[in-house]
Design a protein around this ligand. Structure first.
Ligand code: NAD
Ligand code: DAU
Length: 330
């Protein structure tokens, strides 16, 4: 059985990945437990014989090397500061974790002769696109501190293949949705606010477009790329479900049974990217395509938040409250 070092495994996508593949791999989960890292996300696999949790920072060379010494075959780097709005407020944290932390992991992977290094990048590295789809060979044009930091890590991973021959694979997923997403992001924020009858703060006119990918489909793509991804290559993972933010909002209102009066138009995000859209041809050729129907998986996701108040209420009354107050003064 292969042994993986998964970083950021207490976050949204990492925890979904670990739960999905814990029977197939031994997994060491290295996570700093920032505001976004939540042990409750993996409570159900605590004590599993294939699972070990290490609390630590990917920027800390010593702890990273201690993890590598556990006999790791492959690294999947999910750990990052991930919220665009926070990157506008505190850009330095993003440079530190997303760029420097990735560098520390790449150095350790080189030193320990790790077989595969998957860098989880993002569709945001291309910047916005008004019409058409981005291919992996298109120019990168990140437009906010989060996506610029992620681009730094993406290119750094590529350089470690080109310069040192490290087997790196870069994964560029579109917007994920599903259970266990921190309620600062559009879908869990609007769903949990709607449940409480609070306002839904839509940026600008709500016409921006994202391509929504169910988190399980993303995890399956990542797991496939562990074995099928080619060294030094990047792969788009698009959901093939483009929706405006207003369409997403209306779906949330419909499932939670609330009306449009709770929509509140607020000042737009500075530098807001209008649309992201990916060409999936390259990963389709390896045999992956999204399996989940958008309407069904989206409704299931909204219902998960409705049925799991015990998961999100402690978050929203803790660190999140301070963040929201700083942002909106309420
Ligand atoms: P998240 O914010 O939910 O979780 C991030 C996790 O990383 C948390 O558990 C946090 O504690 C941990 N972490 C942060 N800094 C760390 C550090 N210095 N050392 C160790 N651990 C640290 O993020 P997510 O939405 O699950 O995203 C996971 C990855 O996927 C990120 O790299 C993100 O850029 C990328 N991505 C996310 C999406 C999306 O829609 N959520 C889409 C494309 C790509
Ligand atoms: O595209 C992939 C990226 O998707 C990931 O790399 C990021 O880690 C992830 O956070 C996400 O970035 P976005 O900025 O697209 O996600 P967010 O949920 O913050 O916003 C989605 C859209 O909704 C965006 O157009 C901004 C809008 N929005 C968001 C919030 C939080 C609002 O209108 N109001 C809000 O309160």
């Amino acid at each position: 059985m292969k042994k993986l070092l998964v970083t950021g495994g207490m976050g949204f996508i990492g925890s979904n990945f670990i739960r999905e593949f814990i029977e197939k791999y031994e997994i060491v989960n290295l996570d700093k437990l920032t505001y976004a890292g939540n042990p409750a996300n993996l409570k159900d696999i605590d004590g599993h014989p294939n699972y070990e949790f290490v609390k630590g920072d990917i920027c800390d060379e010593k702890i990273v090397e201690e993890c590598m010494e556990k006999g790791i075959d492959a690294v999947i780097n999910f750990a990052a500061e991930t919220h665009v709005d926070r990157s506008i407020m505190y850009a330095g944290d993003f440079i530190q974790t997303d760029v420097y932390g990735s560098f520390v992991l790449l150095e350790a992977a080189k030193k320990f002769g790790i077989e595969r290094f998957l860098q989880i990048s993002t569709d945001e590295v291309y910047g916005e696109i008004e019409v058409g789809l981005f291919k992996e060979t298109d120019q990168l044009n990140p437009r906010n501190p989060y996506s610029a930091s992620k681009t730094g890590a993406d290119r750094l991973a590529s350089s470690y293949h080109n310069t040192y021959g490290l087997y790196t694979v870069i994964v560029r997923p579109s917007n994920n949705y599903g259970p266990f997403q921190y309620p600062e992001k559009l879908i869990p924020l609007f769903t949990t606010n709607a449940i409480d009858g609070k306002s839904l703060p839509i940026y600008g006119d709500g016409s921006q477009i994202r391509d929504w990918l169910f988190v399980k489909d993303n995890c399956e793509a990542i797991e496939m790329l562990l074995s099928k991804g080619k060294a030094g290559e990047a792969y788009n993972v698009g959901g093939e479900n483009e929706r405006t933010n207003m369409e997403i909002t209306k779906k949330i209102l419909e499932v939670t049974g609330k009306d449009e009066s709770i929509i509140k138009y607020v000042e737009d995000r500075p530098g807001h990217d209008k649309r992201y859209a990916l060409d999936n041809t390259k990963i389709n050729k390896l045999g992956w395509k999204p399996r989940h129907d958008f309407d069904e998986a989206m409704e299931r996701t909204i219902r998960w938040y409705m049925e799991n108040e015990g998961w999100w209420r402690p978050i929203k009354s803790g660190e999140f409250k301070k963040y929201y107050k700083e942002k909106y003064g309420e």
